[in-house]
Design a protein around this ligand. Structure first.
Ligand SMILES: [Zn+2]
Length: 384
């Protein structure tokens, strides 16, 4: 399994100036190569290198490795764009959006992420520093911050390139780590996870992970956005962008914490984890404003993926189940009725009298479906 470790760099002012000049140069070079590729209809790495390599090396003061990376970055960006066009992600043939995508060369922002391989970037993990190639020469001892967990992961599993990027006044390195999956243990039952708004995640074990703080942050952000959008100034737009990223970071951090607790609960009890298959999340989360649905479904997908990869690292089984009627069905007798759900938070079965917090009841249903789902998908293993 591949995952990324993001560390924040703490460069001295002199180092920061060199990093900034470097990102600016490689991205300006990439934009130049991109225009050339677009004009001559040359998009493959090898062909493009013949056309552009010598010139960007000289014009942008790039080292040989860096120049190659610039060309490869451009070739990769066009490969992605062309795949998206082929797959119909950029509008239908003849649509204005698609025509525009075909007619204009890709442009790289001055602070856009740029890959550095082991020849251009080396890590001194114990000292928490990196040594990195810049157009002002090699910068040694650039400090970074990382948790003990991140350092262990980097030491054992970091492979290949890392991306340098500048965002909201901060420097980051994003390292790719390749982690071998642990063999999945046969689960002793399943921990069901119900996703929601008031409670972000509720487990069939009865643990509710509240969305209170996250929802408060989102609410505050919405208010601020309303005020800033009325202004329409450049500084208001910049502030808006910064706030949006800060909110996304906060949500991601919350999701990480919740995912870790859920996986720990499952690992401790020897259970697998049953998650809702989120294809139908839009139908289930009925909200007035469409963008809220998008926001929440994006956040649910993120939480689901965090749980999946943390589970894979621990050897905890994960199954995805159909979430239809999990909130209306009784987890004790199976009776399905709208009236089973008299209020947002309460479940009370009109047939057998079973009563439970509504989200816990839903999570118990998801757990039950997890058991069935696992049995179906592993019937062949048992027969073998
Ligand atoms: Zn019942």
């Amino acid at each position: 399994m591949k995952l990324v470790v993001q560390v924040r760099l703490l460069p001295t002012p002199e180092q920061a100036a060199a990093l900034e000049a470097t990102l600016r140069a490689v991205n300006a070079a990439a934009t130049w190569v991109s225009a050339l590729a677009h004009q001559r209809r040359v998009f493959r790495n090898y062909d493009l290198r013949r056309h552009a390599y010598g010139q960007i090396k000289d014009d942008y003061r790039l080292a040989a490795q860096a120049a190659q990376h610039v060309v490869k970055k451009v070739a990769d960006a066009y490969a992605t764009l062309h795949a998206n066009i082929r797959n119909g992600n950029v509008g239908r043939p003849g649509s204005a959006r698609r025509e525009r995508a075909l007619a204009t060369p890709i442009v790289f922002r001055p602070g856009a992420a740029h890959p550095f391989d082991d020849r251009c970037l080396s890590w001194q993990l114990e000292a928490r520093t990196v040594s990195i190639w810049t157009i002002a020469g090699r910068m040694k001892s650039v400090a970074f911050t990382a948790s003990a967990d991140q350092l262990t992961t980097l030491a054992a599993h970091r492979r290949g390139e890392s991306d340098l990027l500048y965002r909201d006044g901060r420097w980051f390195l994003i390292a790719t780590c390749d982690i071998p999956d642990r063999p999945v243990a046969a689960p002793d039952g399943f921990l069901g996870v119900d996703l929601g708004i008031a409670n972000i995640a509720t487990t069939s074990g009865g643990v509710r992970h509240s969305g209170k703080t996250l929802n408060a942050v989102r609410h505050r952000h919405r208010e601020l956005r309303r005020r800033l959008q009325a202004k329409q100034t450049t500084s208001a737009k910049r502030l808006l962008k910064r706030r949006r990223r800060a909110e996304a970071r906060f949500a991601a951090n919350t999701n990480h914490i919740i995912a870790k607790r859920i996986v720990t609960e499952a690992a401790r009890t020897g259970q697998g984890i049953a998650l809702e298959d989120l294809q139908g999340i839009r139908d289930r989360v009925r909200l007035r404003k469409p963008q809220r649905v998008t926001l929440h479904s994006w956040s649910f997908h993120q939480l689901g993926s965090f749980i999946a990869y943390k589970a894979a690292r621990q050897g905890v089984a994960v199954v995805y189940v159909d979430p239809a009627y999990t909130s209306q069905a009784c987890s004790s007798c199976g009776h399905v009725a709208k009236r089973n759900r008299p209020g947002q938070a309460t479940f009370s079965c009109t047939s057998c009298g079973f009563a439970e917090h509504a989200d816990v009841n839903a999570a118990r249903n998801i757990a039950l479906r997890g058991v069935t789902g696992w049995a179906v998908s592993h019937a062949a293993d048992d027969a073998a």
